[in-house]
Design a protein around this ligand. Sequence first.
Ligand code: AMP
Length: 310
Amino acid sequence: MSITVVGSLAYDRVKTPFGERERMLGGAATHFALAASFFEEVNVVGPVGDDFGSGDLEVLATRGTRIDDVERVEGGQTFFWHGEYGWDLNSRETLATELGVFAEFEPKLSDRSREADVLFLANIQPDLQRAVREQCAGARFSALDSMNLWIDTARDSLVGVIQRVDCLILNDAELRQLTEKPNLLSAAREVLSWGPRVVVAKQGEYGAALVTAESFFALPAYPLETVVDPTGAGDTFAGGFLGYVARRLSDGVDDSVLRQAMAYGTALASFNVEDFGTERMVGLSAEEIEARVAELRGFTHFEEASLAIE
Ligand code: AMP
């Protein structure tokens, strides 16, 4: 099974209480691919400027990710994002977003990207997400992420493309903002009424919740004493989640597969935040991931209990 992702390929300037990086490889599609490539072949779709280094292309191609649909625009600037985190890493301020080559991007997918079984529309302008969704009409499972910027500036387009995917993966505050419902469960139910059959609410260091018409499931984040840089945690989660879904696609994406996918997303995101940018994910091993998934299972399991009231 193969996966196609469209989303930002970026240079990030990031400051956290543990240090800063002036210009490191980032972008939603980059973080997603570094996680999803553990499971199945990933095709990355998106433009970069001629300032994009060949070493960074090699990082993108880690574990066989296909970069044929990464378009290099002569004279263009790669997407740039500048953010700063508060002392407990729970708050983040965006200081600059420069769309660069994304402003004029018109996605034209190769047959290989078009024919992917699983599609991830990572956080980017919703009209671009829509254009890619239409080209990947045969995808058997499609998911979308977005953010407050697009809810504020392009809500109608965003709702239009959400109606065309199987799964919405969004931060919980943004889910409430999008639906104008203050309660997480009601917000998720509202989105389910628009068309998707799965909603995943990302809750930062508190983990993630999964809502479908029939069920609810939640996992805490993997507990870590040292979090260095949370940038890309959400996209890495999505890469683990959809990577696992792609791996199990022929069995059918039922509740049990979705819960396991939550565990892989959670485990992968926990590695991403241990270092700046892509630094931890490049050399990660499958054994390390499996060990954390097993630990998570232990952390969240409890025996049947009762108050034994007569
Ligand atoms: P996350 O921490 O999961 O929200 O993802 C952070 C990544 O998203 C960074 O590497 C940024 O380059 C990228 N990013 C930030 N803002 C935007 C935006 N408006 N559109 C697309 N990508 C963005």
